[in-house]
Design a binder for this molecule. Sequence first.
Ligand SMILES: Cc1cc2nc3c(=O)[nH]c(=O)nc-3n(C[C@H](O)[C@H](O)[C@H](O)COP(=O)(O)O)c2cc1C
Length: 267
Amino acid sequence: MNNSIPNDTFKTIINRKSIRAFQDRPIPTDVKKQIISAALRSPTAGNMMLYSIIEVADQGKKETLVKSCDNQPFIAKAPLVLLFLADMERWNDYFSCCDVQELCQKRDAPYRTPVEGDLFIAVCDALIAAQTAVIAAESLGVGSCYIGDILENYEIHRKLFNLPRYVLPITLLCLGYPTEQQKNREISSRFEEKYILFKDTYHHLNENDFAEMYKPMQNKHFASGNYIKGAGNIGQHYYLRKVSSEFSLERNRSVREMLKNWSQENS
Ligand SMILES: Cc1cc2nc3c(=O)[nH]c(=O)nc-3n(C[C@H](O)[C@H](O)[C@H](O)COP(=O)(O)O)c2cc1C
């Protein structure tokens, strides 16, 4: 091990890359169990485990996800697909079982159902569990890729997985053994640390910072011809590809629907 890679854990983290093509072989049950057991050891707010995980084993459901998550065919080919949910339903239901509302009445204290703050902390829990699964899988030779498009088409996903009101789909993970081509693919670049890590206070970046920060990305995209027609720089390219694109508009509509559904009683 050299200084920049001090141990095997670091090696796993530093060399990880998203895997979008999988070998045609299943993940053995014991490996799957290890990945899940690692995820369940994740830090969790107040040790409440405000998340649930659904293993999407049904091929028909995987095919539906291909379409509902912006047409990404590799979802259907992933041997293991895990849906991470922010889950306040379990505790809310348990509070009902425990007559918490009656207790509050007796104490003349307000009783409340989950609101935005509860949702945000549950989202943190779900994502942290997902990332632990990613690293655990990677350490076992199993590659993975997040599917952020699970935030789209809330109505479809709610029905597909029978999600109650206080359970929202946060992220989807596709896992499997990487193909040789994927193994050999270079890892992707990142912005330099100085643009991301600040000390004590936020640092607003200026035009010169941006020019320097995006230069490698811009050079790479434009050299390879991988940019949207009409875009003159990386900002225009990303805006057209990621911000004003159909999938991102659908994501915003869908998330608005999720929030409406979550907070209907509290509004
Ligand atoms: C929240 C989130 C959502 C993502 N959604 C997708 C997705 O829908 N499809 C996909 O192919 N990759 C998706 N990715 C993977 C990213 O594209 C990938 O992490 C990024 O390009 C950096 O590459 P790397 O993971 O290989 O380092 C997502 C990653 C994150 C963290």
